[in-house]
Ligand binder design. Sequence first.
Ligand code: GTP
Ligand code: MG
Length: 259
Amino acid sequence: MLCRAGQKPARACEKKKVTIVPKFAGNEQIMQINLTENNPMGDPAIIEKLQGFFALQQQYGAAIKEVRTKLEVLDDEFRVKFDHNPIHHMEYRLKSPHSMVEKLRRRGLPVTIPSIRENLHDVAGVRVICNYIDDIYRIADLLVKQDDITLLCTKDYIANPKPNGYRSLHLVIEIPIFLSEQRLLMPVEVQIRTIAMDFWASLEHQLKYKAATQVPDDVREELYQCAIAIADIDERMQNICRKLRGQCEGEKDSTSPAT
Ligand code: GTP
Ligand code: MG
């Protein structure tokens, strides 16, 4: 029986076993606390840790909202000013507790809340899917030059694709969130890519997960060739877009009143 954090305890929660699912987690089950007869309130240390974890999730969630709003504002402005939406759509996620623990352990780092804050820059993730390659760099520039944002790291896998063919622009930015008693700077990983790059990355990710063992060499090569073909299409679509826009701008110029 589930008892969601933030909700009044349901009757079933009065039983001794309580499963708490933080609101933003998006995965099935985070932690189980066994409340014993002797200690009906649970271990205060565990409760404190859980509260710390919920607060952490709330803060990363707030940072995601801030970044999404900034991107939506830019996209809206482009629609009004230039009759063009650079952003096709956005996705966002909070890293699951399981992935956080796995990443910290893999790196030999302490599995604590301060360690998450200090060492993980991808707890909050926003993926921005653009129409064209030009849109990716335009959106990235406009975002990082906002004066409340600090760029912590850029990985340009479009200029330098990964050996498997993966392409995307990755930024880690720092953005302030304003809480009742404090202003916190939160890191957010922003992945920006075209629809075509996203198509490839999503399928490649699924295939990697589905493969019971290592992906065979011939499949890896096939995937790489698909990435090359997709990159070519992206470039051609970009050129078509530039030509059409040039034409539109030319038409506008020729009809604009002489001064
Ligand atoms: P992580 O430990 O995965 O966070 O890697 P990292 O810290 O070295 O960062 P990097 O920028 O290389 O990758 C971060 C994220 O980009 C991943 O979690 C994926 O979402 C995405 N990504 C990176 N490489 C690939 C790839 O080869 N294929 C796919 N499908 N996604 C990738
Ligand atoms: Mg990651």
